[in-house]
Design a protein around this ligand. Structure first.
Ligand code: BDR
Ligand code: CA
Length: 307
């Protein structure tokens, strides 16, 4: 299994993504770091602890960024509820592991072999940027960075920008310029993974343990996202985890992308050169298509097998 760090801001879809990762033998999740984002840091860390606690696994959860490099995070209570899990109550999890996320990330990378660690980012990537800014040589320990971030068409928090990218564009720009393999699951990809009431009803026929029951409750609590013309809620973050465990579910292309760091209306927009108009070297794998039925089957089979 791939040694894996997950940096997240749970977050309804982060919770499902964490369960999918912990249920998957392809990954050895060694560290979960948490930032504010969907809700404040106190709630995102409590949620990460509870989600992991329900699996019975002892994965260290370390708190990190309370704000982005340049500003406060803007939360999304309309999507994730004020508690971050759509009002779904979980038993309290084990305590936080003491320390700061960026230090924990660096400690893990320092002890790892070159090109060995998979880093999955499911929120604003402030913690990852801080870790690598303070010891850039550790980037060489990373096998791949997989991010749920950005969009090649339009955004969700602004017309131009996706929520995670918008919440810390400078941190995202740093990762895109790192020169390490990086994959992006954008809004255009996750809009192929809609959760609808029919889908959840079919999934609920599958028996499973406490994690699966909690995952179903969270899936039922997701908003319909009709205001974006969607027919369900795009299950964003699990798509990034799915790339790390089952890349055959995706169609991808190498492309160049950059993040708008200006202060105007396009701040945080990921400008993706899908057709190589600029002739610049590719800096990421753009995940373009998803076999959604196979994705949801995999997700259900894996999470239903957890305790
Ligand atoms: C991203 O923003 C958050 O609301 C979700 O957890 C996901 O990471 C989607 O834009
Ligand atoms: Ca998230």
């Amino acid at each position: 299994p791939k040694p894996t760090i997950i940096d997240c801001d749970p977050g309804t879809d982060d919770a499902i993504a964490l369960w999918l990762a912990l249920a998957s033998p392809e990954l050895d999740v060694r560290l979960v770091t948490v930032a504010g984002g969907n809700v404040g840091l106190e709630a995102t860390t409590a949620n990460a602890r509870a989600v992991i606690g329900l699996t019975g696994r002892a994965v260290p959860v370390v708190a990190g960024a309370e704000r982005s490099l340049l500003a406060d995070f803007r939360a999304e209570p309309a999507v994730h509820g004020t508690d971050g899990l759509g009002g779904v109550r979980l038993p309290d999890g084990p305590p936080l592991t003491p320390g700061i996320a960026a230090d924990a990330i660096r400690d893990l990378l320092r002890a790892a072999a070159p090109d060995s660690v998979t880093v999955i980012g499911l929120g604003p990537v402030t913690n990852l940027a801080l870790a690598l800014a303070t010891e850039p040589a550790l980037a060489g320990r990373i096998a791949e960075i997989v991010l749920m971030t950005g969009a090649w068409s339009e955004g969700n928090i602004t017309p131009a920008a996706e929520f995670n990218a918008w919440n810390d564009p400078e941190a995202l720009a740093m990762l895109l310029n790192l020169g390490r393999p990086l994959a992006m699951a954008t809004l255009d990809l996750t809009a192929q993974a809609f959760v609808t009431p029919d889908l959840v009803a079919r999934m609920a026929e599958r028996p499973g343990g406490a994690c699966w029951q909690a995952a179903l409750a969270i899936l039922r609590a997701l908003p319909a996202s009709k205001r974006f013309g969607h027919r369900g809620y795009p299950l964003h973050d699990p798509c990034a985890v799915a790339w790390a465990i089952a890349p055959a579910l995706f169609g991808a292309r190498h492309a160049h992308a950059e993040v708008d760091l200006g202060s105007g209306p396009s701040r945080g927009r990921t400008v993706v050169d899908r057709w190589n108009r600029l002739g610049r070297p590719a800096n990421h794998s753009l995940l373009e298509t998803l076999d959604a039925p196979a994705f949801f089957d995999l997700l259900a089979a894996r999470i239903a097998a957890l305790p």
